[in-house]
Design a protein around this ligand. Structure first.
Ligand SMILES: *[C@@H]1O[C@H](CO)[C@@H](O)[C@H](O)[C@H]1NC(C)=O
Ligand SMILES: *[C@@H]1O[C@H](CO)[C@@H](O)[C@H](O)[C@H]1NC(C)=O
Ligand SMILES: *[C@@H]1O[C@H](CO)[C@@H](O)[C@H](O)[C@H]1NC(C)=O
Ligand SMILES: *[C@@H]1O[C@H](CO)[C@@H](O)[C@H](O)[C@H]1NC(C)=O
Ligand SMILES: *[C@@H]1O[C@H](CO)[C@@H](O)[C@H](O)[C@H]1NC(C)=O
Ligand SMILES: *[C@@H]1O[C@H](CO)[C@@H](O)[C@H](O)[C@H]1NC(C)=O
Ligand SMILES: *[C@@H]1O[C@H](CO)[C@@H](O)[C@H](O)[C@H]1NC(C)=O
Ligand SMILES: *[C@@H]1O[C@H](CO)[C@@H](O)[C@H](O)[C@H]1NC(C)=O
Ligand SMILES: *[C@@H]1O[C@H](CO)[C@@H](O)[C@H](O)[C@H]1NC(C)=O
Ligand SMILES: *[C@@H]1O[C@H](CO)[C@@H](O)[C@H](O)[C@H]1NC(C)=O
Ligand SMILES: *[C@@H]1O[C@H](CO)[C@@H](O)[C@H](O)[C@H]1NC(C)=O
Ligand SMILES: *[C@@H]1O[C@H](CO)[C@@H](O)[C@H](O)[C@H]1NC(C)=O
Length: 421
């Protein structure tokens, strides 16, 4: 058992026929070399469109156009985490999976509450495969610290946070977890996979294996993703979550000007909503459920109610993240086990990393994810696996057959000797 306090255990045991988890906010001191962009942050929704038009213009790299140099960002930030372990665990040397979510989601991507958690990656990884997991809101997103959206919240400071969390797991100082992990693997989704790819290159010794879901090294299709989201300012799109209007204020305005509406929506207690985040302009979000569907879902292969959940709980992306998400080395130093898994084999599948068809390679390779082998010159063929998950869009975890993908991932890790022991 790795959870340190007796009280924590007692509380958890009472509720737990399944995994045991602790939620902790972890302060981290970060230092990262970050890009300095010379660009006015858009102040209106229409200016957000100008930014996306800039980003998606063919024949140039807009990141490079607005890059003026690099600087060192330092600071103390809070990272909101959830650590989970199997309900029933005998292992003395458990492996922990560090899970990094992508754009549009937060850490709950890995532990979806939908349909009594039967889409939860964490449930399968812990209770079925006996791994521990650490999921967290990436810096800037969800309940983690927020920051300036252009020159502060970028890819490399987020990677620095993942490095700190990983080192705490390895050296036994992760709050509330009384264990020194000697085996750590990193699993990402989409932008979280891009960060995992970069982390493994920068610190090849920090990870024992990586799984990149919803990812490839083909950047040709990211424009469709960026354009199709029809991004807006998050604080204008869902003001009760992302601006500074409290539910109570909204309720008061309604009762002043539109009394009947108060009764109409009365099943919703606006005054009970969590405090809004007051995000600055430059935190962007898909405008509507159609944009969300376009980016993450394969038609007919998901429950329409899970798309509604994804829309209600959607998370923003910063301008700085969009400008740095493709800043990846072509040659990766990592030498351990690598798995890629991306959705779909027909039309409508993984949009951003396969252009909706992971098998359309013009015959040069088995699949677009399989081509990533060439970016890992130090990885033995026997340690590399690329899987095309059938009947799935980019948001693999939200499709009917999500657990099929979870089995493939955990079976791969086990087969490389990375299981808890
Ligand atoms: C941590 O675990 C060790 C070994 O199992 C035990 O001796 C120690 O008391 C634990 N510390 C806490 C704070 O629970
Ligand atoms: C921990 O956080 C998750 C959301 O990430 C939430 O569903 C759960 O209720 C929290 N657990 C506790 C004990 O607060
Ligand atoms: C778009 O790019 C041009 C320069 O190419 C710049 O002047 C303008 O400010 C940019 N607008 C946005 C919103 O990014
Ligand atoms: C675009 O430019 C940035 C900054 O120079 C660079 O890091 C990145 O690798 C480039 N992206 C591509 C796809 O060439
Ligand atoms: C980096 O930061 C220092 C100190 O804030 C500042 O003087 C310098 O101009 C910055 N460099 C760039 C390229 O913005
Ligand atoms: C982190 O969270 C703690 C407790 O909620 C708070 O006191 C502290 O100011 C936060 N630190 C940062 C850097 O946001
Ligand atoms: C723990 O060990 C017992 C006895 O060896 C075994 O019956 C049980 O299945 C084990 N539990 C797990 C979760 O491996
Ligand atoms: C969850 O359960 C529903 C209803 O039984 C089923 O349709 C769906 O495929 C399941 N999803 C997963 C990921 O297991
Ligand atoms: C453990 O790792 C964390 C994160 O890198 C670091 O801050 C801390 O000093 C380390 N503690 C020990 C005892 O090595
Ligand atoms: C990584 O580990 C290997 C083997 O232990 C060691 O030779 C190498 O110096 C380490 N590299 C780094 C960057 O720490
Ligand atoms: C609330 O947010 C708006 C923009 O979303 C901003 O103009 C205003 O100054 C903020 N007010 C407070 C009190 O923070
Ligand atoms: C579910 O996913 C698994 C793993 O990729 C695959 O083998 C299986 O064929 C899939 N099932 C369906 C019905 O698509």
């Amino acid at each position: 058992m790795y959870i340190s306090t007796i009280t924590a255990l007692a509380v958890l045991a009472a509720s737990a026929s399944a995994k045991q988890c602790i939620n902790t906010t972890v302060p981290v001191n970060l230092i990262a070399r970050q890009a300095v962009f010379n660009l006015a942050v858009p102040q209106t929704n229409l200016e957000v469109t100008d930014f996306i038009l800039n980003m998606t213009q063919q024949g140039r790299n807009f990141t490079d156009v607005v890059l003026t140099g690099y600087n060192t960002t330092t600071g103390t930030y809070n990272i909101s985490t959830q650590f989970c372990m199997p309900s029933n665990d005998n292992s003395t040397s458990p492996t922990v999976q560090v899970l990094t979510h992508g754009i549009g989601f937060d850490k709950t991507y890995w532990d979806l509450s939908f349909n009594n958690y039967n889409y939860s990656y964490v449930n399968i990884a812990t209770d079925q495969y006996k791994y521990c997991t650490l999921s967290f809101d990436r810096l800037g997103i969800g309940n983690s610290s927020h920051g300036e959206p252009l020159n502060e919240i970028q890819s490399f400071i987020e990677i620095a946070a993942t490095v700190q969390l990983t080192q705490m797991l390895r050296n036994g100082t992760f709050p509330g977890v009384n264990h020194t992990f000697s085996k750590v693997v990193h699993v990402g989704h989409s932008f979280g996979s891009a960060q995992t790819y970069a982390l493994a290159n920068m610190y090849p010794n920090i990870t024992d294996g990586i799984v990149l879901t919803g990812f490839s090294m083909n950047g040709s299709f990211v424009s469709s993703f960026a354009a199709g989201g029809n991004f807006q300012q998050a604080n204008q799109n869902q003001p009760l979550r992302f601006s500074n209007i409290t539910g109570l204020q909204a309720q008061n305005v309604l009762s002043m000007y539109a009394e009947p509406l108060v009764s109409y929506i009365s099943p919703i207690d606006l005054s009970a909503l969590p405090a809004p985040r007051a995000l600055p302009n430059g935190y962007l979000i898909t405008s509507d459920i159609e944009g969300n569907k376009l980016q993450f879902f394969k038609p007919h292969y998901y429950d329409p109610a899970i798309l509604e959940l994804a829309e209600r709980t959607k998370q923003p992306v910063t301008e700085g993240e969009l400008l740095t998400l493709a800043s990846l080395p072509m040659m990766n130093n990592f030498a351990g086990p690598v798995m890629l898994i991306a959705g779909g084999q027909n039309a409508d599948a993984d949009l951003p990393y396969c252009g909706s068809n992971c098998l359309a390679t013009g015959g040069v390779a088995e699949s677009i994810p399989a081509m990533v082998k060439m970016n890992f010159p130090n990885v033995a063929t026997s340690n590399f696996s690329a899987v095309v998950q059938p009947n799935s869009g980019h948001g693999i975890n939200l499709h009917y057959n999500a657990t099929g993908a979870y089995d493939v991932i955990n079976t791969f890790l086990n087969s490389r000797g990375l299981m808890s022991s």
